[in-house]
Design a protein around this ligand. Structure first.
Ligand SMILES: Cc1cc2nc3c(=O)[nH]c(=O)nc-3n(C[C@H](O)[C@H](O)[C@H](O)COP(=O)(O)O)c2cc1C
Ligand code: SF4
Length: 603
């Protein structure tokens, strides 16, 4: 590495205070400067931060958006989630491969383009979508993809691709994105009215304990999927020892089919920051961090600007709103393309500048989280509910929705329906009503709760969306009769295999074995005993995995085995002569033949 390059890396590290915790930001900045974080850059980072080189390498190699190998000046990422595939992303990928003359994962000879696939970008309502560096291009077709490459060859500035901008704040020059909000139904709590600042004002007139009491009385439950009572989480965090406490907002939104936080970050950023500030006051924190997924980088400038404006108005900073002794500020931490970082302990690791490995629990983040201090981690939507609860009173909130799930829920609905988008509905809405709202004419199956959720068929459409029946962090994917359910499941398994952090064997290996057996069935080589195998192995992976990713990854197989069993049964059959149908003798002896250097005469 030349002296000037080393000086540049040193300067980047200095800009982040040579703080080891900011390793993610440093690596991203180095990559932006040099196109990758090469070995020498890693050495320079390690030297500046006074950490071992292997720690830097561990981070760079963990995240999909970081690379130690040089990539093209322009990285085109094609979203390959199931909804995008249904809407034609494979044809878009083929067109791009052809136009660029490279395969997936390759870089063009002139070093201008790298072509990659990426899992759910949070744009299922406007699929197919691609990312061109940080620029999101939606509703792409093969011809448009080819045209885009031609334009980039003539002018390699991806921002020039932005033609017609989307609705609402997407058109704001700080965002300037082709993304659409697709808000189809505004509900009372979040998307309808909002008296900016009222909730915070009311909270600061109360004691922190009273604020927590109101959140508990409203019976607010976490909107990220698990539904843990928010007030209780805040109470545990406040009660935990230690001098510092932290408020972390989970804006990772990586669950396939989920995109409602994207809309909240675009249209309700003040509401989110207000909710986080109230949480800071309630638990006694001075610092908040929004963990923003890398795919939403296009929102960063806008969000940073809103934070700056809030500081100017003393809605953040010292003695917030004149409340003596209450100091609170928020910063944004950009992720780097890892679904597992949505898991709260992995998110904390990532905020600490580490690989996004989940941590052992207990201790829970409320006891020991960010920097070993008590930490509240909540979803974007959860924080957005808080100012409204304070503004309108907990009774107002608690009377909406269902008994065990008060309030409204934002659903991100996509797939085979006429109106994909975001719907704010009261908890307790039936699947049938929901399908009517989104214009799903012939739904044959609905996946609720993302890839890690469950698939239900028409005989269960009377069931309701709520924590006591069908819980979801927001993802709802609709599949019409033309879809092959097992191929959908297969795609979900690909996702989990790709996104497993690899720490524990059941998840790292078990998901691969599950997929292999599923593939055999799809290829028509399965036997009835394979169904039992899938069930047993799926349950083993669930109970023996360390974090929520492995604990839920077999769900697509297990729920379809239960509810769409005939789809499996029609593909499997007993071998007539008692042999194993899926045993391939030629394949089994091929290694031995290679070693022996001769072919079997019996094959
Ligand atoms: C693999 C995995 C990914 C997750 N992704 C997200 C996510 O993107 N956003 C989110 O809010 N919660 C996600 N969660 C749930 C979080 O771990 C955590 O429960 C949530 O952020 C808590 O906030 P809440 O109580 O407000 O829901 C994920 C969990 C797992 C296991
Ligand atoms: S369950 Fe999977 S993602 Fe979670 S820690 Fe184990 S290997 Fe990592």
């Amino acid at each position: 590495m030349s002296e000037t390059t080393e000086a540049t890396v040193r300067k980047i590290c200095e800009d982040f205070g040579n703080d080891r915790m900011r390793l993610m930001d440093i690596a991203r900045a180095v990559q932006a400067e040099f196109g990758c974080v090469c070995g020498e850059a890693m050495d320079a980072i390690a030297k500046a931060l006074k950490v071992h080189r292997v720690e830097v390498e561990g981070v760079v190699t963990f995240y999909a958006f970081l690379s130690e190998e040089p990539k093209g000046k322009i990285v085109i990422r094609v979203c390959n989630d199931i909804i995008d595939v249904m809407k034609g992303s494979e044809q878009v990928a083929e067109a791009l491969k052809d136009e660029l003359g490279v395969a997936m994962g390759e870089t063009t000879d002139d070093g201008l383009f790298t072509l990659e696939e990426t899992p759910c970008m949070g744009m299922c309502d406007q699929a197919p979508a691609i990312l061109v560096n940080d620029v999101v291009v939606t509703y792409v077709g093969p011809d448009q993809a080819r045209e885009m490459v031609r334009k980039l060859k003539a002018d390699p500035d991806p921002t020039k691709l932005i033609g017609r901008v989307g609705d609402g704040n997407n058109a704001d020059e700080r965002i300037n994105a082709m993304v659409h909000n697709n808000i189809r139904k505004a509900g009372e709590v979040i998307l309808d009215g909002y008296a900016d600042g009222e909730g915070l004002k009311k909270a600061l007139a109360m004691t922190p304990a009273e604020v927590i009491r109101d959140v508990k009385t409203a019976r607010l439950r976490g909107r990220g999927g698990a539904g843990f009572p928010t007030g209780m989480k805040w109470e545990f965090t406040r009660a935990a020892g230690g001098k510092k406490r932290y408020v972390l907002c989970n804006a990772d939104e990586g669950e396939p089919g989920t995109f409602k936080d994207r809309v909240l970050l675009t249209e309700r950023a003040d509401m989110l920051f207000e909710g986080m500030t109230i949480a800071g006051y309630a638990i006694g924190a001075e610092e908040g961090i929004v963990y923003l997924r890398a795919e939403y980088m296009y929102l960063l400038k806008f969000l940073d600007d809103i934070l700056a404006k809030r500081r100017e108005k003393n809605l953040l900073g010292e003695n917030v709103c004149g409340k003596q002794g209450f100091n609170f500020d928020i910063r944004i931490q950009i992720g780097a393309g890892a679904y597992v970082c949505g898991e709260e302990t992995a998110l904390i690791s990532s905020c600490e500048g580490l690989r996004g490995d989940p941590k052992n629990r207990p201790p829970f983040p409320a006891q020991k989280g960010f920097q070993e201090s008590p930490t509240v981690v909540n979803n974007v939507e959860t924080f957005c509910c808080v100012p409204r609860i304070l503004e309108k009173g907990p009774g107002w909130f608690a009377q909406m929705g269902s008994q065990g799930s008060p309030g409204t829920k934002l659903l991100s609905i996509s797939g085979d329906c006429h109106k994909p988008g975001v719907f704010e509905v009261p908890f307790g809405i039936s699947v049938k009503e929901m399908l009517k709202l989104c214009g799903a004419e012939e739904p044959a199956a609905v996946q609720i709760g993302g890839a890690s959720g469950q698939m239900i068929g028409p005989d269960e459409f009377e069931r309701t969306i709520c924590y006591d029946d069908l819980p979801t962090g927001g993802s709802v994917m609709v599949f019409g009769p033309q879809r092959n359910i097992l191929k959908v499941v297969d795609r979900f398994m690909d996702f989990f295999i790709e996104e497993s952090c690899g720490y524990c064997t059941p998840c790292r290996v078990g998901n691969v074995l599950l997929k292999e057996r599923l593939d055999r069935i799809i290829e028509g080589k399965g036997e009835p005993s394979d169904l039992e195998y899938l069930k047993d192995l799926g349950e083993t992976v669930k109970i023996s995995s360390r974090c929520g990713l492995g604990q839920t990854s077999p769900n697509p197989i297990l729920t379809t085995l239960e509810k769409f069993r005939s789809k499996y049964e029609e593909l499997v059959q007993e071998a007539p002569d008692g042999t194993q149908r899926n045993f391939d003798l030629a394949d089994a002896v091929s290694d031995a033949q290679t070693i022996a250097g001769r072919q079997s005469v019996h094959l």
